[in-house]
Design a protein around this ligand. Structure first.
Ligand code: KIV
Length: 275
């Protein structure tokens, strides 16, 4: 059954956990969707995983539309959320609404996600008023990496923890249907989850959230430049892929690939006519 923002609300009401994974292309979206994952995030983390940037800062609206549309074509049941990239919603509310609308019209996604707390409440309210569901994102916001001076856990002091909870409450009041908590102490995310009516989705935020999200390549073990503490590798797909690539290399170089059953043949009488 197709997951919608209403499914998210109903799952929180029933105390059912929500699963979410990132995907950035059609093939992966089909696999994630077929596994019964509730939602797919076309994260601007594609800047790292697909485009090889060191941060999400260079990602453009065009990048998000290109990958988002492919994911939507592959997702039958999962709710697809597409990230708004850096500087597509910060300069003005009007620009934010236009870019959110463009992303939704050109990808056919179900919702957009943007990073920010109370300072972005009017922007979230305007996008929601235009008919576009919004997922918030508080705590460690990767688009703020240059302000943090690196990817650092947020909300460690009482004051900072309170600010994150207040931000999430502001995001909810502005009309967001769910909110991501990234890299915050577990007790902060748990407290927020109890106080919010909308579902919280954690990444590096402990088990108290209503749902969990991970980056696909991280959880599949395809990316080993570094491994954040919160990542669990549910497979060693990177190793498996490497073995397959090596086997292909061996077979090509040894003449074992392709064999006759992997090649096309002509009828014998047609072959004769060539000579
Ligand atoms: O871009 C992304 O993948 C995200 C998740 C880490 C939540 O925002």
């Amino acid at each position: 059954m197709k997951n919608t923002t209403a499914t998210f609300a109903a799952m929180k009401a029933r105390g059912e956990k929500i699963s979410m994974l990132t995907a950035y292309d059609y093939t992966m979206a089909r696999l994630v969707d077929a596994a019964g994952i509730n939602a797919i995030l076309v994260g601007d983390s594609l800047g790292n995983t697909m485009l090889g940037y060191e941060s999400t800062i260079p990602v453009t609206v065009e990048d998000m539309i290109h990958h988002g549309a492919a994911v939507v074509r592959g997702a039958k049941n999962a709710l697809v959320v597409v990230d708004m990239p850096f500087m597509s919603y910060q300069a003005s509310i009007e620009e934010a609404v236009r870019n959110a609308g463009r992303i939704m019209k050109q990808t056919l996604c179900a919702a957009v996600k943007l990073e920010g707390g109370s300072e972005l409440a009017p922007t979230i309210a305007a996008i929601v008023a235009a008919g576009i569901p919004v997922m918030g994102h508080v705590g460690m916001m990767p688009q703020h990496v240059n302000q943090y001076g690196g990817f650092k856990v947020q909300g460690k002091s009482t004051q900072a923890a309170q600010k994150i909870i207040d931000d999430a409450l502001a995001v909810e009041k502005a009309g967001a249907f769910a909110v991501v908590f990234e890299c915050v102490p577990a007790d902060v995310a748990r407290e927020a989850t109890e106080r919010l009516c909308i579902p919280t989705i954690g990444i590096g935020a402990g088990s108290g959230c209503d749902g969990q999200v991970l980056v696909n390549q991280d959880m599949l073990g395809m990316f080993d430049d570094f491994k954040p503490r919160f990542v669990r590798r549910f497979a060693q797909a990177g190793k498996l892929m490497q073995e397959a690539f090596k086997a292909f290399d061996r077979e090509v170089k040894g003449g074992g690939f392709p064999n006759d059953s992997e090649s096309f043949a002509r009828e014998p009488q047609e072959v004769k006519r060539l000579y």
